[in-house]
Design a protein around this ligand. Structure first.
Ligand SMILES: Cc1ncc(COP(=O)(O)O)c(C=O)c1O
Length: 469
């Protein structure tokens, strides 16, 4: 550990699996250092306990007359109320349970009035870029060079083009920078537009008040808020969500059906067709309430200090290049995206995992346009990558490594990462790694690590593959 600053110590919200040991290729075992909270968080112990306590009582919701059904309905609706309270939503805001932030954005995109024109910054996560391609028209603004420029660029756009909806993130999942959501919302409203906030990264790390920010809609994922049970939410103004036919059609969303006519029911059921994810909702409700009681201001303060410590430790390694969109911005959460000179992002991530038991994300983090900007990829290079991808080769896909912190993070985890990188830069890997051209991933060769004996372990599954978020 370096003597740069005295490392901060986080307060405590217990997490499931915090002390899990993982195997290394060297034959040793070590405590898993999870530096990948931005992708998905472990469950809070409070959430796992509540889910276990609830399971014997679990039953269908809403239409069941049985005792367990009624209990389950109460738990499901209680979770809705807890999520409403966590986000400090307005009394008439509707909370719709969906699968995740991506689903929430798609639901909104399907619900906007015909001809809606949307604007989003090109720096958004794909979940807040691509769904808008389904609406009347979408414009992408270039990634701004500062928070102030974001406001200026948006205003210039709103002044010249009729816009109905502004789609913006609360925190970048690539740079950790906190966006000026309240200002952007006032601006949108001044020009008669609504604003949807992608709170996937904001919700787990900073206090969020829909009432204070004034945003019209908010999307968030339970699996990034310590409730990894497959649920998310779209919260906001009911009018667009209550008009026309719902996003998903089926049982539960209706009052009366004949073969000639469907009478859609009221919100939120209207947008929750089919049997809902009751366990997921309960988990998210318990997570929201646990975090609210603990205090998101406390979470934010601890994580900001730990994030500054991480940047300080990585910044002291000359081979490390850290990426940020806004060099002037001081307001960032505990998330750092970086590369190490001489090491492919995938190789570095593989070494960290296989030799040090450190879990990070690597790739383009589902934000390709932003990553192309940050990595200074030329049009010609981008064309080469596209050509490669068309023939199934991923080896040249550019990317970076991301560390992201959460309530279980410690200075020890950061020290482990910084020390590992220093040692990798100095002496190189201690194992052999082979590139899989098809996935673009480096994998230990051979990989002697054994998997724990889960009863449900799928023997064909192996780590790696797919795109990271
Ligand atoms: C900023 C941001 N928005 C949206 C998403 C999509 O979230 P989900 O995969 O839960 O739909 C992510 C996921 O990483 C994200 O970081």
């Amino acid at each position: 550990m370096s003597g740069l600053v005295s490392p901060p110590v986080l307060g405590h919200l217990a997490l499931v699996g915090a002390a899990t040991e993982v195997p290394l290729v060297t034959g040793d075992h070590t405590r898993y250092k999870n530096l990948d909270y931005a992708a998905s968080t472990p469950a809070l112990v409070a959430v796992a306990d509540a889910v276990n306590q609830f399971l014997p009582h679990y039953s269908s919701v809403h239409r069941g007359a049985g005792y367990k059904s009624q209990l389950s309905t109460a738990a499901y609706e209680g979770a809705r109320a807890a999520v409403h309270a966590f986000f400090d939503a307005r009394p008439d805001d509707c909370v719709v349970f969906v699968r995740n932030t991506t689903d929430a954005m798609n639901l909104l995109a399907e619900s906007v009035p015909a001809g809606t024109s949307v604007v989003a910054f090109a720096s958004e996560h794909h979940a807040n870029l691509l769904p808008w391609q389904k609406v009347g028209s979408v414009r992408y603004l270039p990634a701004p060079a500062s928070a102030g420029e974001a406001v200026e660029v948006l205003e210039a756009h709103l002044r010249t083009r009729r816009t109905d909806l502004v789609a913006v993130t609360g925190i970048s999942n690539v740079t950790g920078e906190v966006w000026p959501v309240a200002e952007l919302t006032s601006l949108a409203h001044a020009y008669g537009a609504r604003l949807v906030l992608d709170a996937a990264q904001l919700a787990p790390h900073l206090p969020v008040s829909i009432g204070d920010l004034g945003v019209d809609y908010l999307a968030a994922s339970g699996h990034k808020m310590y409730a990894p049970f497959g649920v998310g939410v779209l919260i906001g103004r009911p009018d667009w969500l209550a008009r026309g036919a719902p996003y998903m059609r089926g049982g539960g969303a209706v009052d009366f059906v004949t073969t000639d006519e469907v009478l859609w029911t009221a919100l939120p059921d209207r947008q929750e067709a089919g049997s809902p994810n009751v366990l997921g909702a309960v988990a998210m409700g318990v997570a929201a309430e646990t975090l609210r009681r603990y205090g998101m201001a406390r979470v934010a303060e601890d994580e900001r200090r730990l994030g500054a410590y991480a940047r300080q430790r990585l910044g002291a390694i000359s081979a490390v290049e850290m990426y940020r969109l806004w060099p002037e911005s001081a307001d960032r959460i505990g998330l750092v995206t970086f590369n190490v000179a001489g090491f492919d992002h995938s190789l570095l991530a593989a070494i960290l995992s296989a030799e040090y038991g450190i879990g990070v994300r690597h790739g383009c983090f589902c934000a390709h346009p932003l990553m192309l900007t940050l990595l200074r990829i030329t049009d010609l290079q981008a064309q080469d990558v596209r050509d490669d991808l068309r023939v199934g080769r991923r080896a040249r896909v550019p990317g970076a490594v991301r560390l992201s912190l959460g309530v279980g993070s410690s200075a020890d985890d950061i020290d482990a990462l910084a020390d590992a990188i220093a040692s990798i830069v100095h002496t190189g890997p201690r194992w052999n790694y082979a590139l899989d051209e098809g996935t673009g991933d480096y994998l230990p060769a051979p990989d002697p690590r054994s998997a724990p004996p889960f009863r449900f372990l799928l023997s064909w599954a192996r780590p790696g593959g797919g795109e990271s978020s």
